[in-house]
Structure formats: C-alpha cells, structure tokens
Ligand binder design. Sequence first.
Ligand code: HEC
Length: 185
Amino acid sequence: MASRLLKTGLGGWSIDELVAYLKTGAAKGKSTTLGDMAEVVHNSLSFMTDADLRAMATYLKSIPADSSLAGRGAVQKVPTQAATLYVDHCAGCHQAKGRGLPGVFPPLAGNGVVVAPDAANIIKVVLGGVPAKGGYIPMPSLASQLSDAQIAEISNYVRTNWGNAAPANVTPQAVAELRRTTPAN
Ligand code: HEC
C-alpha cells in the first residue's frame, strides 16, 4: 500500500508519475503495483477524480520517507502486532495517526463509528467496506484479506489510539458472527 511506496522513497517521483501510479497501478520506468496495492488501485483509487489523486500525490510527497512506519525521535517504540496490522491494512488510506486525508479518507481519530460503545459498526465497515457517500470514495471490503482475530486486533487498536478511549472489547468471536451476515459492498 501507500506505506510500502513511502518506504522506497518518493523523492525520485514527480507528482504526475505519482498520479499515474495511483490511478493505473503503473508509472513509466517505476515499479508496478503488486498484491495489496493492486487491490487498492482496483477497488478504490481508480474511482478517484484527477483532482483527488493530485491532492493525494502532493500529500504523499510531502511526507518524509518512512515517517508513517515508526515513531521518530528519541524513543523508538517497537510496533506491536496490532500496530503493524494497522499500518499494512489501513494506514495507506486513513494515515499513520488515524487523521485521514481531508475530503478523501475520513479520520479514525475521534470518529463516532470507531469509538461507539458497541463495536459492531467498525467490524462491519472492515468486513463489508463502505459505498461512496458524503463526498468520500468507497472503502473496499477487507473481509478476504484479514482473519477474525486480525480484524479484532485492528479494531481494538483503532478504538484505543490517538486519543480514542473506547473499550477494547472486540473479540474474534464477534467478528466471526458478523462475517456471516455482512455482505461485501
Ligand atoms: C483503500 C483505502 C482504505 C483502506 C485500505 C481502509 N479504508 Fe476505511 N475508509 C476508506 C474510505 C474512503 C472511507 C469512507 C467511505 C465513505 O463513507 O464513503 C472509509 C471509512 C471507514 C470507516 C467509517 C468512518 C465513518 O466515519 O463512517 C471506518 C471505521 C474505517 N474506514 C476503518 C478502517 C480500518 C480499521 C481499516 C483497516 C482495516 C480501513 N478502514 C482501511 C478508505 C479505506
């Protein structure tokens, strides 16, 4: 995903190349998308307008290489498994600190869906995705990429980070139950 893109450094990319990459999954003379990123392009980014993609490319270029992957400064925390899952499966869109991208990806920090006492909605969003609404592009279903235990871990992670203070009460059993009844959007 975008985080993997960042790791290899975007310094050598022009905004136009980035836009082409995000839009089509390929840029001349640069890497082509594989795996997760191809899915993201296929499911989501190819529906974005050129203006959205340009805003996103400009934003991505403004981030120093690797900044999304680990805390910087004196204390280097080893990321937990939940943090790593979040980086690999969510941060490419919702960003490292859950702040989202204005007009493109909603923030998860301070988000009512995320911190609701009943966690059913966040589980359903991850399982089923979200159709485009409120000016946002659609979110792809991640049901086929993540196990029940992984979805529980990620949900509890976003419920308890960046100032979110909801109970970490999502269990793999709850995810398994909702998986049976949540259609992919
Ligand atoms: C390909 C980009 C992408 C990825 C990856 C992604 N999301 Fe989303 N997410 C979105 C978009 C876009 C929306 C808004 C959809 C809409 O409302 O139209 C959204 C909406 C949400 C919402 C609902 C927010 C609200 O205010 O309604 C939650 C919760 C959420 N995502 C959590 C996650 C979690 C957790 C992950 C990782 C497991 C994740 N997302 C991965 C793009 C993404």
